[in-house]
Design a protein around this ligand. Sequence first.
Ligand SMILES: O=C(O)CCC(=O)C(=O)O
Ligand SMILES: [Mn+2]
Length: 201
Amino acid sequence: MELFSNQETSQNLLPYDGEVLYYGILLDTLESEKFFTDLLQKIEWYHDKAIVNGQEIETKRKVAWYGSREFSYTYSGVTRIATPWIEELLALKQLIELYTDSMYNSCLLNLYHNGEEGMAWHSDGETDLLENGSIACLSLGATRKFVFKHKQTSEKREFDLLNGSLIEMKGVTQKHWLHQIATTKKILTPRISLTFRQMKV
Ligand SMILES: O=C(O)CCC(=O)C(=O)O
Ligand SMILES: [Mn+2]
């Protein structure tokens, strides 16, 4: 692993009203594979639940919620309590903190078994998150498309999330842009994303 904080080599992928910084690939293929396998085994994955039109549904995608304290996280009406960090997550947190020059106290992980599982349009503006804070997202496994759509102009920006790569959403991004993980029948292999977050303490 190359260890250096590299604000200068990151690039803003949004044209206005926010910052989505792309840091490139942090982990080589072997390192990514190792983390992928370890996380698949060790993380306490569960199917997320959401309330849609008054009915409780289970997502096909799995999630997990970890943190430095017993933070509660509410997603579509269902609240979860954070599980304490494991070694692998702490190692990745440390690496990502070096790159982004921000500190994180929690991580929401997503496991997409294939391209048919995605995440619908949303922004991460929960009241429990630091306002205008940073969310750093590390990708492992299959390449997936990350799409941003401006809330007023509907302008879109999309880009590929590559194995071992890191992006960071910060500033006013969540106020002005929605994002989604687009679905596709073409991708048959899994992807794990680690979204390191800053909860209010
Ligand atoms: O899977 C990803 O890369 C992003 C997921 C996401 O937007 C989220 O967890 O809020
Ligand atoms: Mn999100």
